[in-house]
Design a protein around this ligand. Structure first.
Ligand code: PMP
Ligand code: GLN
Length: 385
């Protein structure tokens, strides 16, 4: 038999699935894969349920229901002052993952270069490579996740088609600052490149920080494709509703990919997300405040246990160095150890890097009920305390 595609078959099962399966096998508290243990707003779910009952449940327009595209445009204006034409500049996708794939497949020509910043969310590199681009990796590493200006400059060339930027960043919980965004903008101008901006955690920033889309910087509206996800903004990860905002000419290329991949997204969910995006500030502020309290809870608990806890500026992930606990093994071994011995699961941070040298940090997901976080900390205390 002829072999399947060599790029994709070279990858194993993604770390999130591997760790979740292991957690189920051992009846462990799963702080690995990123998903909340409470479903998002009841009113948003009710709109979806009612729309499912009342219909229509047939193919919505390819670019998305007008009311959701209007809501995405209004959300861009309300939070970031971006003027967006909902008809030409917004497209609805089946999750941010599809949006990422559409952008990359729609823009990349084989032989182009793509700049990526490690740690990398699992799907970035496989899609970039499958689209035919040559990845140019730059890295930020714990504990400070500092972006080296020279390294970033060196990764760009006139062959650079795009950079993939994730801010707030999973798993680093890093929010890219004004100087870093300005540098990226300068490099995009200098090399005539685009930015695919994965901003799925746009509403989960802490300590008074506000999300600043790269797209809002001077000259960047025509170069950026901004991706959001209802999964993160409404704690409904299973819905897989995403949205892309980009200049009309850019979005047209991305829509070419979307039309042949999923073409559309369930209409009742689109309707409910449109309702959700119009929720008042108290909802969005509340989401960030809730997550910040959970961050503080888990950070304090991990510190008490002896972990070195890394600064967490956004997202619902926190990274911790387990070396002070005296564990003799790497991060993969540590995650297996705490799953089987304590009944708590985390994700090894090495999974987000191409080489295995960042090998003593683990990522805990904290978008969970306080009782569950406390129980996880108690279990770890029994093992290490
Ligand atoms: N990007 C990042 C950085 C993520 O953490 C996730 C997590 N799920 C996604 C994209 C995918 O989002 P979605 O579930 O909407 O496809
Ligand atoms: N984004 C989630 C995480 O980082 C997982 C998504 C997935 O399982 N594909 O854990």
């Amino acid at each position: 038999m002829k072999p399947a595609n060599s790029i994709l078959s070279g990858y194993g099962t993604t770390v999130f699935e591997v760790m979740s399966r292991l957690a189920i096998e051992h009846g462990s508290i799963n702080l690995g894969q990123g998903f909340p243990d409470e479903d998002g707003p009841a009113d948003v779910r009710r709109v979806a349920a009612e729309a499912l009952e009342s219909g229509p449940n047939q193919y919505p327009p390819m670019m998305g229901l007008p009311e959701l595209r209007q809501a995405v445009a209004a959300h861009n204006k309300r939070f970031y002052g971006l003027e967006v034409d909902w008809q030409g500049q917004v497209m609805v996708t089946s999750g941010a993952t599809e949006a990422l794939a559409d952008c990359l497949f729609g823009l990349i020509e084989p032989g182009d270069e793509a700049v990526l910043i490690e740690p990398l969310y699992d799907c970035y590199l496989p899609i970039v490579r499958r689209a035919g681009a040559i990845p140019r990796l730059v890295r930020v590493t714990p504990p400070d996740w500092r972006l080296d200006r020279r390294a970033l400059e060196a990764a760009f060339s006139d062959k650079t088609k795009l950079i993939l930027l994730n801010s707030p960043m999973n798993p680093a919980a890093k929010v890219f600052g004004p100087d870093e965004l300005a540098l990226i903008a300068e490099l995009l101008e200098r090399h005539d490149a685009y930015a695919v901006c994965d901003e799925v955690y746009e509403h989960i920033l802490f300590d008074g920080r506000r999300h600043v889309p790269l797209m809002t910087l001077p000259g960047m509206a025509k170069r950026c494709l901004r991706i959001g996800s209802a999964g993160k903004s409404f704690s409904l990860t299973g819905w897989k509703v995403g949205y892309v905002t980009a200049a009309a000419e850019l979005l047209a290329s991305v829509a070419k990919s979307h039309q042949f991949v999923t073409f559309t997204t369930p209409p009742n969910l689109q309707k409910a997300v449109a309702f959700g995006l119009a929720k008042d500030d108290a909802y969005f502020d509340g989401l960030a405040a809730d997550m910040q309290a959970k961050r503080d809870r888990i950070a304090a608990g991990l510190k008490r246990l002896g972990f070195t806890v890394i600064d967490c500026q956004g997202t619902y992930f926190i990274t911790a160095d387990f070396r002070p606990l005296g564990f003799d093994g790497d991060d993969v071994a540590f995650c297996r150890h705490i799953t089987t011995e304590a009944g708590v699961t985390a994700v090894p941070v090495s999974a987000f890097y191409q080489s295995g040298d960042v090998d003593h940090f683990v990522r805990f997901c904290f978008c969970k009920k306080d009782e569950l976080l406390d129980q996880a900390l108690e279990r770890l205390t029994r093992l290490f305390g």
